[in-house]
Design a binder for this molecule. Structure first.
Ligand code: 4AD
Ligand code: MG
Length: 464
């Protein structure tokens, strides 16, 4: 008989029907006469209970029904006597699809996140990780739906690239050259003309520059893809491989950019509240008791819009009044996560969009303000996370952009194609990048970014 998913079985009231359920045993308890088996198939955080009349079953089958085993159960849908569920299955036939053995690592007692990270091949079978990855899927759906409904086109930008968008030099090189026998040119440097692409290439740190080409043709685009950064950051907020969503919009100015950032992220959070109720309630109970309240408040609050210079004043004032930070604060410094979180969690108690950063701490492509010192960059700062979005209005003026690249002593030939957009029908435009895993961290209340991506890549770790 065709299997029915647990999520659908739990909604049914046609008691007496024959059904088949397939899934993994979470627990088995009971007496010599009657056993209760909780089965989960991943379709929902909830289990379905199978009631087994022990004497009707072969002992050899029953002995393999242990935590983690995969089984198929045929039985009769019944109204449950227990308080915890409305329906259960009176088992008539059980087949062991895959026994789990006594060394199955997940037992009923709770496991630490570290332990589960070491068993990442199996951790998706826990309640917590099931919830996280169902929510992750839902956030992807929210993102595509939002942009589709707002007339954005999904554009795939390359993962292998010859340019460095953020200019921070933390890229993974892509090569097919023999590392033990590198070809050299006359100057004694590596001869990349012999490499696969005929020049040096890297994994992308951002699809923005190519996204800008899309926006200045299709009007509004977004990318949503893997992004790679070889920075040696061992923090709960950094991955070497993460997913980024990057909308880019023609004819956009600073206020419009901030409105888009705020509207978009509220839509995603509201989607989670509307579509992930069971999983959120579980995480709220087990991981973070303030989770749902925090999600609800972000959707309601109007985000603060704060010029960097004002932000520095607030932080300096706080220090004067006795607040201790690990890193010093002065105009021109790059804010650390502790500073961002102070502004959001203690000072304003709501999300902050910080704007008008000193040009020195932002990328070459950001539009310069009239003061010649600050640029139209926007970082969206969130409670419990810090920076969740980084975006900007782009410098669309060829001379200004060219001068800024000279100032930064950038090599220009890898950007010829980018500069040409400033010569041929240039227009004001801007966009942002949302770190997908940072959004998932926020929405799930999980503490470590390694626990919201199925297979995390971090310095010295690329298992699977
Ligand atoms: O602020 P970032 O570096 O901005 C850009 O890359 C721009 N090109 C985006 C744009 O304007 N189109 O990165 C954007 C976001 C950050 O705010 C953060 O949420 C996330 O990407 N992010 C990371 N997430 C996980 N691990 C890392 N190592 C990350 N680095 C950035
Ligand atoms: Mg940033």
């Amino acid at each position: 008989m065709e299997r029915t998913k647990v999520i659908d079985l739990l909604k049914r009231t046609d008691y007496g029907s024959n059904v088949t359920v397939k899934g993994w045993v979470r627990t088995r308890r009971g007496s010599k006469a009657v056993n209760f088996i909780a089965i989960n198939d991943g379709s929902t955080i909830k289990n379905i209970q199978v009631v087994v009349d022990v004497e009707k079953f072969d002992e050899n089958i029953l002995k393999d029904i242990t935590t983690g085993a995969c089984i198929s159960v045929e039985g009769v849908l019944t109204q449950s006597q227990g308080a915890e569920q409305s329906v259960e299955i009176q088992g008539t036939k059980i087949e062991i699809l895959g026994p789990a053995g006594s060394d199955y690592p997940l037992q009923k007692k709770g496991h630490s996140m570290e332990f589960l990270r070491e068993h990442a091949n199996i951790r998706m079978r826990t309640n917590t990780f099931g919830a996280v990855f169902r929510i992750r899927h839902n956030m992807a759906m929210a993102i595509h739906t939002y942009f589709h409904n707002h007339g954005f086109f999904y554009l795939n930008t390359p993962l292998i690239t010859a340019s460095d968008c953020e200019g921070a030099g933390q890229m993974f090189q892509v090569t097919t050259l023999d590392l033990n026998n590198l070809p050299k040119n006359e100057e004694g440097k590596i001869d990349y003309s012999q490499d696969f692409f005929g020049n040096a290439t890297n994994l992308t740190v951002s699809g923005q520059l190519e996204g800008e080409l899309g926006a200045t043709a299709l009007g509004s685009i977004y990318t949503f893809g893997p992004t790679f950064r070889a920075e040696n950051s061992n923090t709960p907020r950094h991955l070497a491989e993460f997913w980024m969503i990057e909308p880019e919009v023609a004819f956009l100015e600073l206020n419009g950019l901030m409105e888009l950032e705020e509207d978009f992220i509220k839509y995603c959070v509201q989607w989670a509240l509307d579509n992930c109720k069971d999983d959120l309630e579980f995480l709220n109970k087990m991981i973070d008791k303030t989770l749902i309240q925090r999600l609800e408040s972000v959707v309601k609050e109007e985000f603060v819009r704060l010029p960097y210079t004002e932000g520095i004043k607030i932080l300096e004032e706080a220090i004067k009044n006795g607040k201790k930070f690990e890193f010093p604060v002065s105009w021109g410094c790059d804010l650390a996560s502790e500073h961002e979180r102070y502004l959001v969690e203690e000072h304003f108690k709501k999300p902050v969009i910080m704007i008008d950063y000193p040009k020195e701490i932002k990328s070459f492509y950001m539009k310069m303000n009239e003061d010649g010192k600050t640029v139209q960059g926007t970082d969206v700062l969130f409670p419990a996370i810090g920076e969740i979005i980084g975006g900007s209005i782009r410098e669309e003026n060829f001379e200004k952009l060219n001068a800024r690249m000279d100032e930064l002593k950038m090599r220009k030939d890898p950007y010829d194609w980018y500069m040409e957009t400033r010569k041929w029908g240039s227009c004001p435009h801007g966009g942002f990048g949302l770190g997908f895993e940072r959004l998932i961290l926020f929405v799930t209340g999980m503490q470590n970014i390694r626990d919201v991506i199925p297979f995390p890549r971090t310095p010295k770790n690329a298992m699977f």
